[in-house]
Ligand binder design. Sequence first.
Ligand code: FAD
Length: 454
Amino acid sequence: NVSVVLFTSDLRVHDHPPLRAALDGAREVVPLFVRDRAVADAGFAVPNRLAFLADCLRDLDSGLRERGGRLVVRSGDVVREVCKVAAETDADEVHVAADVSGYARRREERLRHALEAEGVRLHVHDTVVGAVDPGAVSPASSDHFAVFTPYFGHWSRQRLRDPLAAPRTVRVPDGVGSEELPTRDGLSGLSPGLAAGGETAGRARFAAWLRSGIAAYEDRHDDLAGDATSRLSPHLHFGTLSPVELVHRARRAGGPGAEAFVRQLAWRDFHRQVLAARPAAATEDYRAKHDRWRSAPEEVRAWREGRTGYPVVDAAMRQLLHEGWMHNRGRLLVASFLTKTLYVDWRVGARHFLDLLVDGDVANNQLNWQWMAGTGTDTRPNRILNPVTQAKRYDPDGAYVRRWVPELADVAGPAVHEPWKLQGLDRAALDYPDPIVDLAEGRERFLRGRTGTP
Ligand code: FAD
C-alpha cells in the first residue's frame, strides 16, 4: 500500500511525525509538495520567501534521496493535486501537519472532504509546526489565552513528545511524475543579503547557536549591533527545524540563555493559538477597535525606504530591504514609529513586512504588529517607544546605525542617533534628511486619538 505525505510548513526529514506515521503504515510513500496557486493569488508568494522555499525544497529532495526516496513537486490547486497523486498511486492514506491560519484550516477541510469521497483517509498531525498546539492548553474561562504570561506558565508545564529520528529509508513508488524543483534563478527583486534556506543550513545554524550563541542570549538579545539572536525564524517558518526538537535541545543546553530562548519559542505558539481562535485577527483589530488611522503616503514612503530622519528607524528599515530580515528590537521600534508616532494603520506596516520578510508569517507578523499598535494582546496598549531613547539603549555606540545608514558612517559614537543636533558644517555635510515628524507632536496626536478627544 501507498501513503502520500503532503509537506507544507514542515520541510524537513528530522522529527517529522507525518512522514514517520506514513512510513509505519505503508510500504511506499509519496513525499509531495504542491506549489499552491492560492498562496500566490493571495500575494504571499513574494521573491524572498520563494527563494528560501526553493532552497528548502531542493534540500528536502536531497534528504529524501539520501534515504532512497525523492520529493514529488506539483503546481496548482493543492486539493486537486493531492487527489490526483493519491489516485495515480492508488494511495489509501494522506498525512499532513495541522496548521492554524484560516487558509490552512480551510485547506484541511477541503482535503478531508475530497479525499473521503475517494475513499482515502486523511491523517492530520499535531506538534509538527508548533511545539505546543492551540487547544493543548486553554484557560478556564475562554477558548484561548489573550495574555502571554499566564499562557507561558501553562505552556512551560506541558510534557513535550520526544523528537523523532529521521527515517533510514524512504521508498517512493516508481513512475510518479514530478515537476522540476524550483530554483532561485529567474527570481527578481531578491534582497541581496538573503540567507540560505534548507534543513541542512537550518540544522547547521542551530548546532552553531547551541555551541556559541545561546549562552549569551539573555544578556545580548536586544543588542542591535551585536546581532546576537539565533536567526532561526525563517527555518521555523518553513519548518526546516522542528520546534519540539529545538525546545528539547535548548533545555538540555540549560542556563538562563536557553530559558530566554525557549520563552521566545513559546511566544510563537502563543500567537498561533490566538490566530487559531480568532482567524479574523489576521486582518481585523483583535481587541481594541481603532479607525482613526491617518493616511500619510509621503511619510509611509519615507518609512518604507528608510528615510524618516530617525537613524535607528532608518537603519532597521534598510536592514529589512537588504536582508529580508530585521532584528526583533528593530521590528518593535519601526512598528511603534509607524502606528503610534505616525499614527498609520498597522495593516500598512504588516503588508510591507510580509512583502519582504523571509520569515513573514501570518500569525507572528500580524499579531506582533497588533501587539505594538495597541490593538492586540499588549497589556500596555498605549506604550510608545521613543526611537532616540531606544537607540541609545540598544545601540549605545551607534554601530548598528553606521552599518546600515552609510550617510552617517562618519559620525562617531552615540551622536549618530541625533544628527539634527550636529553643528554647522558637520550637519550641512550630511546627505541625510531632517526628521519627518516631531516625536512630542506624534505622541500627543496618538494619545488624543486613543482617548477619542478631537
Ligand atoms: P530569536 O530571538 O533567536 O528567537 C527565537 C525564535 O523565537 C524566533 O526564530 C521566532 O520563531 C520566535 N520568536 C521570537 N520572538 C518572537 C515574537 N515576538 N513573536 C513570535 N515568535 C517569536 N517573527 C516571525 O517569525 N515572522 C514574522 O513575520 C514576524 N513579524 C514580526 C513583526 C513585528 C512588528 C514584530 C515586533 C515582531 C515580528 N516577529 C516575527 C517576531 C520576531 O521579531 C522574530 O521572530 C525574530 O526577530 C526572529 O529573529 P530570531 O530568529 O533571531 O529570533
